[in-house]
Design a protein around this ligand. Structure first.
Ligand code: TXA
Ligand code: MG
Length: 320
């Protein structure tokens, strides 16, 4: 099983493992990441190996500061503005790579663009100390729900990695929002921890939704599948189902449900996002064959929450 060290005591051990080309699970403000040196092909390969990803999806390269980001990718004025407003934070920018930027090609799966993000907290400090960017997908086996606690990482990947850095429950609870910037236009590749309208307010421009072709290959329909099947927009619950609730009004029959978790009693979408993955995991463990989900509004962070739930509910033949 993996060693679990609190953020306050993990820095030197994490650095030693990364220097040696090994992988480490680290907390970020969004979800836990499975991190490896993005300039080291063996380290990046170990990430795919530990996750059991059937294909080499491109990974996000995490940076410590803008100077590091600028050495990797070409920033136009709009990207610079968004990075200035939201970094460190849950925004990932897909930008054109610079030639000879030292990134191992496995990080980007050979694409000429790269996804960059500056994380808050321990991850940022770790990258600054290492002096090199960290490639880090969410720290979960391929096709499983992203981990928002060190215990969830250990339960899923503990047999495959040496160290989990414990920073407690991640505050945002959803992956970063991914935006691609092309010819001064913004395209939403994945809704996430920053609402699209917050980005639009800073950019002074609309975000185009819907990727042309598969631009974020990790976004396959059933990427977030729990073991149980998932039924959305439920207004009643059967006695053999678990209920994922939202707000004050309960679906009919809720008292008879196998288990109930409420994402946010107060109907707060930020609180709901932070609870989403842990509650899905808890309801999955309840043994119910189906998780019924109450309707969740689409505005603000509701877009990302509904996106993840729709993926969890998708047919399982497309598991990534
Ligand atoms: O919050 C997050 O973003 C977390 C934490 C650990 O930072 N990371 C994360 O990574 O969610 P991952 O690998 O699970 O998701 C990265 C997504 C995938 O859907 C991938 O296909 C997409 O980013 N992506 C990466 N590089 C890309 C590129 N050059 N163009 C388009 N999509 C890209
Ligand atoms: Mg993921």
């Amino acid at each position: 099983m993996a060693e679990i060290l609190a953020v306050g005591e993990a820095m030197e051990r994490a650095l030693a493992l990364l220097e040696a080309g090994d992988v480490v699970a680290i907390p970020t403000e969004t979800v836990y990441g499975l991190a490896g040196d993005a300039t080291n092909g063996v380290a990046v390969a170990r990430i795919f190996e530990a996750k059991g990803r059937p294909r080499f999806n491109p990974l996000i390269a995490h940076v410590a500061d803008l100077a590091m980001a600028n050495r990797i990718a070409e920033f136009d004025p709009l990207s610079t503005k968004l990075a200035g407003a939201f970094w460190p934070g849950p925004l990932t920018l897909v930008l054109p790579q610079r030639a000879e930027n030292n990134m191992h090609p496995l990080v980007t799966a050979g694409l000429d663009t790269i996804a960059l993000r500056m994380p808050r907290g321990f991850g940022g400090e770790l990258i600054a100390r290492l002096g090199r960017p960290l490639a880090a997908p969410s720290a979960n086996s391929s096709g499983k729900i992203s981990a928002t606690t060190a215990q969830a990482v250990e339960a899923d990947l503990g047999g495959k990695i040496k160290l989990v850095v414990d920073g407690g429950a991640t505050p945002v609870g959803l992956e970063s929002t991914i935006v691609k910037i092309e010819d001064g236009k913004l395209r939403l590749l994945r809704p996430g921890g920053i609402a699209a309208r917050e980005i639009e307010a800073i950019a002074g421009a609309k975000i185009v939704r819907g990727a042309a072709g598969i631009q974020a290959p990790g976004m396959l329909a059933s990427h977030y599948a729990p073991g149980a099947s998932v039924r959305l927009n439920a207004d009643r619950v059967a006695g053999d189902e678990a209920l994922l609730a939202f707000g004050r009004d309960r679906a009919e029959g809720w008292r008879g449900a196998v288990a109930v978790r409420n994402l946010s009693e107060a109907g707060d979408l930020r609180e709901a996002a932070a609870n989403l993955f842990a509650y899905m995991q808890a309801l999955d463990r309840s043994g119910a064959a189906t998780i019924a989900v109450e309707p969740i509004p689409l505005d603000g962070l509701g877009e990302a929450i509904n996106d993840r739930l729709a993926r969890a509910a998708a047919p399982r033949d497309k598991i990534d």
